[in-house]
Design a protein around this ligand. Structure first.
Ligand code: ADP
Ligand code: MG
Length: 356
């Protein structure tokens, strides 16, 4: 990581008996694009609001750039926020909206307008300064909200599900633009979403949240491939979870008894302990495409098939009584049939042993 910029220490927020954020320790590096990812109610907005100063923690602290800002109001923090509902001023022009933060900071009008126009250019709204907010589409309003936050040149830009109201195509486009803008400015972005695809598309670092706690944190590829918890394994994309029991431990290698056979896997767990074994649908191969070092997972009976262009999405049953359900992605050139028995393989390094 680069130099730490934002440090959350034991950050907690309770509303009476209800704990929204349950003691979070988090370090965000300077210039990082961090995404807080989690289901609705997991505490994402509350964390963001405590960084921005809109919600007062009931415990712990927020430091930005080495300074404890826990008791500072939003305007005294080096942060700016893009809210989910944009919160633009409908009676003001686009330029006045974008220049609003500069106005509050007593920047003179000419300079304010110059910076507003420059920022509008950056977000792809060159020449829109004189328009009224009501003359803009949803996507354009979103850009104005972004420009307004960027214009004050914050050290940390906080974005709370900013793309939530946009249709899918526009959301994808804005995801790319957010990354482009973030890299160009070098500003630290903390972005909240419940959409794992969005998180993977834009984040340098993903923080997976659940029930007010951090479940996992790291680069998207690591979280996807080697999730640290059961929650992270299932929230980030589709996964097959199978019950297992640790039959032998040797250093960092485990022998795990599973319904798909005895597997030699990397991981740490107690001898005799119950674990879950996670393997992604696309990392289970039929014999024809199995990598050289793949281990056998026995065979499964196909019970549902949907052709999806890049692959067949298949549901299959395995285990002694066919009680184990598997989700598979079979190669598009394969001609699988419902009812057929398919031999399955997976590389041990693609299989994750989870005990929490
Ligand atoms: P997210 O943004 O991940 O959907 P929030 O941070 O908004 O989650 O909320 C986390 C939890 O805290 C939720 O259960 C929510 O109902 C609760 N919560 C948030 N704000 C308040 C509040 N002002 N009063 C009471 N409970 C709240
Ligand atoms: Mg929220």
């Amino acid at each position: 990581m680069t130099d730490p910029l934002v440090q959350l220490v034991g950050l907690t927020k309770s509303y009476g008996a209800m704990t929204a954020v349950a003691g979070i320790d988090l370090v965000i590096g300077k210039g990082e694009f961090v995404v807080l990812l989690g289901p609705s109610g997991s505490g994402k907005t509350t964390v963001l609001s405590m960084i921005g100063g809109f919600v007062e923690p009931t415990g712990g602290s927020v430091r930005i750039g080495g300074e404890d800002v826990t008791s500072l109001p939003p305007a005294k923090r080096p942060t700016a926020t893009v809210f989910q509902d944009y919160a633009l001023f409908p009676h003001m022009s686009v330029r006045a909206n974008v220049g609003f933060g500069l106005y509050m900071r007593k920047v003179a009008k000419a300079e304010r307008n110059r910076r507003a126009d420059e920022t509008l250019k950056l977000v792809g709204l060159d020449g829109f300064g004189d328009r009224g907010i009501h003359q803009l589409s949803g996507g354009q309003r979103q850009r104005v909200a972004l420009a307004r936050a960027i214009a004050v040149n914050p050290a940390v830009l906080l974005l709370d599900e900013p793309l939530g109201a946009l249709d899918l195509a526009l959301r994808r486009q804005m995801q790319e633009e957010l990354v482009r803008i973030q890299k160009r400015l070098g500003t630290t972005f903390v972005h909240v979403t419940h959409d794992q695809e969005e998180a993977m598309s834009i984040a340098d670092t993903i923080v997976v949240m659940n029930r007010g706690l951090v479940e996992d944190m790291g680069v998207p590829a690591r979280i996807y491939r080697r999730p640290a918890s059961l929650f992270a394994a299932t929230f980030m994309g589709e996964n097959n979870l199978l019950p297992g029991r640790v039959a032998a431990v040797s250093g960092d290698a485990l022998t795990v008894e599973t319904p798909l056979g005895r597997l030699l896997l990397a991981g740490k767990a107690d001898l005799g302990g119950a674990v879950q074994v996670a393997v992604r649908p696309e990392q289970i191969y039929p014999a024809a495409t199995a990598p050289e070092n793949a281990a056998s997972l026995g065979s499964a009976r196909v019970c549902e098939l949907v052709f999806q262009g890049t692959h067949w999405r298949a549901r299959a049953k395995t285990g002694a009584d066919g009680e184990i359900a598997l989700l598979l992605r079979l190669p598009p050139e394969m001609q699988p049939a419902v009812g057929a028995e398919v031999a399955l393989f997976a590389r041990p390094e693609d299989i994750v042993v989870l005990s929490r």
